[in-house]
Design a protein. Structure first.
Lengths: 356, 404
């Protein structure tokens, strides 16, 4: 009797004190990866500080004469950093997360053979691994979203005159928006985890993660991005853009006429009144009836584009309106998220399939 | 006879100690060396292709007067058919739109971005050398405990460590110097066309034959030191990334400006004022010094080959303009266009003064920047050896074997 009572009493007391399974897994995950998580927090804080300093400098720059004589001088040169600031956030943050959080996550278990102990406990290998992946993945998502939000604030200047350079539609800046950057961070993290499972060694997994994400980013924002923005475009007449000498020169490269790629972010007031364009896809010179100009008629316009209206011609563009920005963010971010989930699932499947 | 012959035969068969250490170093690090070597070769091939094309096309480009001119707000390129054709052939010149993207005001085509991209790629490669070659060099031995075996063999651990540092660090320095020399040669036509590039420009200044070698050596030494200090590979790699990143940021944002602004010369240059314009503060309205940081080339007047640092306006008495004369000058600038500006200044006996770093000092300043980095690298290398000497592994080596 004594034995029974004491055993039951002990169980009751322990059940009251013992934390839930998830809390215990979270605790173990924290203990194992606290150095990486603290490092990640410090890294994001440094990037955030840079974004704030850069963003504040950007907001001061419009008080100077940055268009006209002296445009290439300091402090206007902060404008030249625009793409680097976006690139730092949109590329470097995911790569560092993938290399230092994702790649060592399971590679270290394999390379130091601690998986033989860790994965032969009562919890098995699936749940602890899944819990680790999800908990660290949530931290990664939060870090990416925070870094992206600050980069977006810093890069997209409120000054419409500069909006060709600081538009959120420019690939580097598009990649550093909160949705896309959080998804990219998770994707690179998943790449790191999978590379760690495949190579079972930390340093090669880190190198593979950096290489694979660089290739994916190049493919995504060098090719797929422009392809994606070609879908569902609207069409409008934009004589202000056609009258620009530079547009005339661009058209001259595409003789004998027809549509040519503009692939350019544009602000609302850059070329005078026009449609609510944020991303120009294609453009072509056309006559008063809307037929594309060719031959001598096109040559006449190309040589004197500022006489476009006098010649009774016009310039047509296909474009994406401003209100589709978040739609495309969701599409690209969603695709990255889906790919990340697939890679994570593949890594988990490999873990389950292998003998400890 | 037999006994005297035997060592001679043995000595021809056995390679020297250095040879053996070299072989072991190669065997241990061949994967990393091959990967980094492949990346360096790819970058070199890219720079070689762009450089050959640029050097071949540049004479025709200048002969046909295709060089750009500066107009308010944008850089204007000649629009003749021959220039368009040459521009199209020039490596990714983007004339004026490149294949996919165009930025009209600031320029983001290949000509403008090539110097930045190529120098960034070089610095990234040096960073990777520090992270993937330097950091694991001793961290892996110490972290995995293999030093207990490796450092108790015939070779002294200190000699072992020094040999590895010299061999791999030397390879990094030589590769860095080669890439720097090739990069400078490949950038020559881009700088001569002179839209934005210059050897003084941040990025190019850090990747000449001298500074590229110094950065490569420094990155490697930093990695090796972090590895020995942390004794674990991943933290050592993270520390290398953080320290190298911090030094690069500090160099680009502060150190370069400090070095290049050391003891400048000054000259009156009203022609330069037409391109530079002026900077003003609004409350109260006053003239500000212009931070120029631009080199003298086909687009900029000034002492040939020099780096223009700052510019300011002075009155007939030689003092900086302020008060009513400054307000008059600001009002006049708003009314006139750039070409009339030097004549207005001459008529009013005002002068635009520039401070500059003459072209003849370029390699002296390179020597200072590179020398400082080499010195840091040597100090880090010495500190690494010092840590190895103090480490447990070295003490194990020095201990006499016990009875057990």
């Amino acid at each position: 009797v004594t034995t029974l009572v004491s055993a039951a009493g002990a169980d009751t007391v322990e059940a009251g004190r013992r934390p839930s399974g998830l809390a215990r897994l979270a605790w173990v995950t924290w203990r194992q990866h606290r150095a990486a998580l603290i490092g990640l927090a410090v890294f994001v804080a440094v990037m955030a500080a840079y974004a704030v300093v850069y963003g504040l400098a950007m907001r001061g720059v419009t008080t100077y004469r940055c268009v006209g004589p002296g445009s290439a001088r300091v402090p206007c040169q902060i404008l030249f950093e625009a793409n680097y600031a976006a690139w730092l956030s949109g590329f470097l943050v995911p790569v560092v997360i993938g290399m230092f959080v994702g790649a060592p996550l399971l590679a270290r278990e394999y390379s130091t053979a601690t998986n033989r102990f860790a994965w032969t406990q009562s919890a098995g290998r699936t749940w602890p691994t899944l819990a680790k992946l999800i908990l660290l993945g949530l931290a990664v998502l939060a870090a990416g979203a925070l870094s992206g939000a600050l980069a977006q604030w810093a890069d997209v200047a409120p000054d419409s005159q500069s909006s060709m350079v600081f538009s959120g539609w420019i690939p580097d800046i598009f990649a550093s928006a909160p949705v896309t950057e959080a998804a990219a961070a998770l994707l690179c993290y998943a790449l790191g985890v999978l590379a760690g499972v495949l190579t079972r060694r930390v340093v090669p997994a880190m190198a593979a993660t950096a290489a694979a994400f660089t290739a994916l980013a190049q493919l995504g924002y060098g090719r797929l991005y422009y392809w994606m923005l070609g879908f569902g475009v609207r069409r409008a007449s934009y004589p202000g853009l056609g009258a620009s000498q530079l547009t005339g020169r661009a058209a001259s490269r595409h003789a004998p006429g027809g549509r040519f790629g503009l692939h350019q972010a544009v602000g609302p007031t850059v070329y005078g009144p026009g449609p609510a364009v944020r991303w120009l896809d294609q453009g072509w010179y056309a006559d008063a009836h809307g037929h594309p100009l060719r031959g001598a008629a096109l040559l006449r316009v190309i040589q004197h584009p500022w006489r476009l209206t006098q010649l009774h011609d016009t310039f047509w563009v296909t474009y994406q309106p401003a209100n589709r920005f978040w739609l495309f963010q969701s599409v690209l971010g969603g695709a990255e998220l889906l790919l990340a989930l697939l890679l994570g699932a593949l890594a988990l499947w490999l873990v389950r399939r292998r003998n400890a | 006879m037999i006994s005297t012959d035997a060592p001679a035969v043995g000595s021809t068969r056995h390679p020297s100690r250095l040879h053996r250490l070299t072989r072991v170093t190669w065997r241990q690090h061949r994967a990393t060396l091959l990967t980094l070597g492949g990346l360096a070769a790819a970058l070199a091939a890219f720079m070689l292709a762009a450089g050959l094309r640029g050097h071949a096309l540049y004479p025709a480009y200048i002969r046909n007067h295709c060089g750009p001119t500066v107009a308010p707000g944008l850089i204007v390129r000649a629009g003749s058919p021959s220039c368009r054709q040459l521009g199209g052939q020039f490596p990714w010149l983007g004339y004026p739109f490149n294949a996919r993207e165009a930025v009209l005001l600031l320029g983001n085509n290949f000509l403008n971005s090539y110097p930045n991209e190529v120098t960034l790629a070089m610095l990234a490669l040096f960073l990777l050398t520090g992270m993937f070659l330097g950091a694991p060099l001793l961290a892996r031995e110490l972290g995995q405990g293999t030093f207990r075996f490796a450092w108790t063999q015939g070779t002294n651990p200190v000699r072992w460590c020094v040999t590895k540092l010299i061999l791999l660090g030397g390879a990094a320095v030589v590769a860095g110097a080669g890439l720097g020399a090739l990069g400078a040669w490949s950038l020559q036509p881009f700088n001569l066309i002179a839209e934005t590039g210059s050897r003084w420009q941040g990025g190019q200044f850090e990747t000449t034959v001298v500074t590229a070698a110094a950065w490569a050596g420094f990155a490697f030494a930093l990695g090796a030191f972090s590895g020995t200090l942390f004794r674990r590979t991943v933290p050592a790699m993270a520390a290398t990334l953080a320290a190298m990143g911090a030094l690069l940021v500090a160099t680009f944002s502060k150190f370069n400006a400090l070095l290049l602004s050391f003891h400048p010369l000054t000259a009156a240059d009203n022609v330069q004022a037409a391109q530079t314009g002026l900077a003003t503060a609004t409350k109260p309205v006053r003239l500000l010094d212009l931070a120029m940081n631009t080199s003298v080339n086909r687009l900029n007047a000034g002492p040939p080959g020099s780096l223009l640092l700052r510019g300011w306006y002075t009155g007939p008495d030689g003092h900086r303009l302020s008060g009513a004369p400054a307000a008059t000058l600001i009002r006049a600038f708003d009314k006139l266009n750039g070409t009339q500006w030097p004549a207005w200044l001459n008529a009013h006996h005002d002068t635009f003064v520039v401070s500059y770093q003459p072209g003849g000092r370029y390699w002296i300043l390179q020597g200072v920047a590179g020398g400082a980095l080499f010195l840091l690298a040597l100090l880090l290398g010495a500190a690494t050896v010092g840590l190895v000497v103090r480490s447990r592994g070295a003490r194990i080596r020095g201990r006499r074997p016990g009875p057990g």
